[in-house]
Design a protein around this ligand. Structure first.
Ligand code: ADP
Ligand code: MG
Length: 296
């Protein structure tokens, strides 16, 4: 009965936009009781826009955007794409972003490199405190205020001095609230797991109805969070899209990759959500329960 059930489920899954990597995936999906979601690009669209820019006195906005745009041009992160396109818009038609040398990305923290002879640093507060850079009071104030209103924030330093803070907005997927509500109806515990800050994460979780938040985590701490839930006896499904989600996808009972996600996430997952709507997650659970319920 097993191969037949799997074939039927694969066919039905394909119609629902769900690609199952094998029988194990179906079995794991049936027994899951906790669903952990990555935030950026999974619960949110991941296509961010740069909304707010605050520069310290004496540093022009155009100069900040030019330098940080040059830096982020080398990064593939969702915040980098938003910053780069805002910098291009600021500089105007035909102007080129300056090149970056010695670019480096600290996963889950930010980016650094030399632009136009300046050492540039962009990212989370932790990246700055780790580098011994103090964040001035006026910058901190905007930073905190924007985080409370659900923005993702990026601090910018030039030659070791903080010059600006950027606020980026990212809309939640329209299918997210319905998907979470259906998972809860199916008896699932739901968790939002993100490298972004606590205030932003809470605002997103509230908007879509996710019950718990684990924020400010580095990529390897995503794995620890999943392991922690498993140690409590939970059967965990992890839904993610990024390179930094891949280890957690592999650690979970069931890894679900968003189809538009990175190749690394897709290969680490057991199940791929080909369609964009997050309702594919509860659909997968119902499919597995229906398929395997008949043979058990
Ligand atoms: P998520 O778990 O939400 O996908 P990440 O772990 O990828 O988030 O990133 C966490 C945070 O690190 C981002 O919200 C951002 O503040 C910062 N960050 C990561 N990469 C960059 C970058 N290239 N430039 C600036 N900030 C970055
Ligand atoms: Mg992500």
């Amino acid at each position: 009965a097993t191969p037949t059930a799997l074939m039927a489920a694969s066919g039905r899954g394909a119609q629902l936009g769900i690609f199952l990597k094998g029988y194990q995936a179906l079995e794991a999906t049936r027994t899951v009781d906790t669903v952990v979601f990555d935030k950026t690009g999974t619960v949110t669209t991941g296509s961010m826009t740069l909304g707010d820019v605050y520069c310290v006195a004496g540093v022009p906005r155009s100069e900040v955007l030019r330098l940080v745009g040059g830096l982020e041009h080398a990064s593939e992160h969702a915040v980098a794409a938003a910053i780069t396109s805002a910098a291009r818009a600021e500089l105007g038609e035909g102007a080129e972003l300056p090149a970056v040398e010695g670019f480096g990305n600290d996963p889950g923290l930010g980016a650094h490199g030399e632009v136009d002879g300046h050492h540039m640093l962009a990212g989370r507060v932790k990246l700055f405190t780790d580098n011994g850079i103090t964040v001035p009071e006026d910058v901190r104030r905007h930073h905190a205020e924007w985080q409370r209103s659900g923005r993702t924030t990026v601090l910018v330093a030039r030659d070791g001095v903080v010059v600006a803070v950027l606020g980026l907005a990212d809309a939640v997927k329209s299918s997210a609230p319905a998907a979470v509500a259906e998972l809860r109806r199916l008896g699932m515990r739901t968790v939002l797991l993100t490298g972004d800050n606590e205030a932003t994460a809470r605002s997103v979780a509230e908007e879509v109805g996710i019950g718990e938040v684990v924020a400010d985590v580095l990529p390897d701490q995503k794995v620890e969070a999943v392991e922690g839930l498993r140690a409590e006896g939970r059967r965990v499904a992890m839904v993610g899209d990024g390179v930094n989600d891949a280890p957690a996808l592999a650690t979970a009972e069931l890894g679900l990759a968003v189809g538009a996600g990175t190749d690394v996430a897709i290969s680490a997952a057991d199940l791929i959500l080909v369609r964009e709507e997050l309702t594919a997650v509860p659909d997968s659970v119902k499919l597995a329960r229906r398929t395997l319920g008949t043979i058990r």
